[in-house]
Ligand binder design. Sequence first.
Ligand SMILES: [Zn+2]
Length: 490
Amino acid sequence: MSLSRQIHLDFHCSEKIPEIGSQFSKKDFQETLKQAKVNAINLFAKCHHSWSYYPTQVGQMHPNLNFDLLGEQIEACREMGIATHIYFTVGWSANDAEAHPQWCARNRNGDFIINGMDEGAGSSAVDDYSTGAGALPHFYWKFLCLNSPYHRLIVEQVKELCQSYRVNGFWFDIYQVHRLCFCNNCQKSLKDQGVDPEDTAAHEAFQVSFIRAHCQELSELIHGFMPEASVFFNGTTALESGANFRHTMYAENTNQDLEDLPTTWGGYDKLPMQSKFFLNAGYSITAMSGKFHTDWGEFGGFKHPDALRFEAASMIAFGAQCNFGDQLHPDGHIDHSTYEHIGQAYAYVEQIEAYGIGGKPIARLGVWRSFDEQADEGLCKLLMEEQVDFDIANFSQDFSEYSVLILPSQARLSEVVVSKIESFIGKGGAVILMGKALLNFSQKTQASAFAVNYRGPASHDCDYTKVRSAPESFFVKSPFLNYEPAEQVE
Ligand SMILES: [Zn+2]
């Protein structure tokens, strides 16, 4: 069953908000989702404030909720044939962090690792708020460390959910392996394993090991109860310094959700490369966007229905299932305008989804993904502006499916890949190198295959291009400025 038309129904409710879920109507919830042609939804079990939205013996139910909201939502969806995924936050959990500071991730100075701001500025911003001198920062979540008893708490809470509900999948949030943790537990583990905490690569590998073990334990637990359930760990498909891709942190996911919200932090240039990469890696994919413009928690913000339709159609064109983020009002009522708009987009998706989802990208032009965000996306943007289709070549055995291979400027290739490319050239394949990608090859190959001699890095902070015998159609005849200088070759 293709879960082509999904909703991520955000629901992070502070304890200061009264009457949680008091206006929830099962009938209205069902009719609204049905009208919008939704066929799958992420529903909240536990939010960033640590509150659970169901009766629990091993967690804390929201103090202002007096019924099983999660259970009623799951039941409502089951009756309508809508697939349900349980949302459960891990990396941020405010009350767990306050109650157990020893479970919190720490930087090398021993300060909390806080989202979205440098730690020093974060602490002072909160101090300012406490004394009335400043506004509370837009974001303020302490990261928790899974190399602590917190992991066991999560396992027990997920086990309770598995015992209580039958769902189609689990959606765990906030995994950021690249943020190195120096908490007491991690310092001790690193010492026991003889790892220097300042050896970034070794420290990262250590962190990968316990986060991966955590993900594997949750997957096994869930599949013990629900063998067919999808399991996804959000954050593991994001670029984030490349750590996710260096360590294939996404390997524990049964489906790859791409939370690259285009108008929030993703931009419209992320999905083409992300989708082609993960489809080639053999996964089903879900592209996420928001019904809102800025960020999660934007109540009352609306994209124009045409924008939603465009985004949804792009997702299908790039082989992805669609997921639009919305937030349920804390009182539990679902917003009708939102679903009228999403419904217009999803009515169109219903007509075209069979032609796109899970499609295999095929093109004669292969792009090597370097995992340098700027270099990769710049290259993809250039190709898309020229309407040149491309594939991601990283999973190719010998590049024989391509006529042309392009390497972005920050590509750093292993000897094996260099050798494969040289062999591809030997068989008549064409290779276009951007900037420093040339430096992956020996001087001999540079001269023989690319007919250049490398003279060294740029000598100035910008340079100029003068096109010899430019065609008449070329719009500049005089030297024009390059904002960044090129490598020097002749
Ligand atoms: Zn730690």
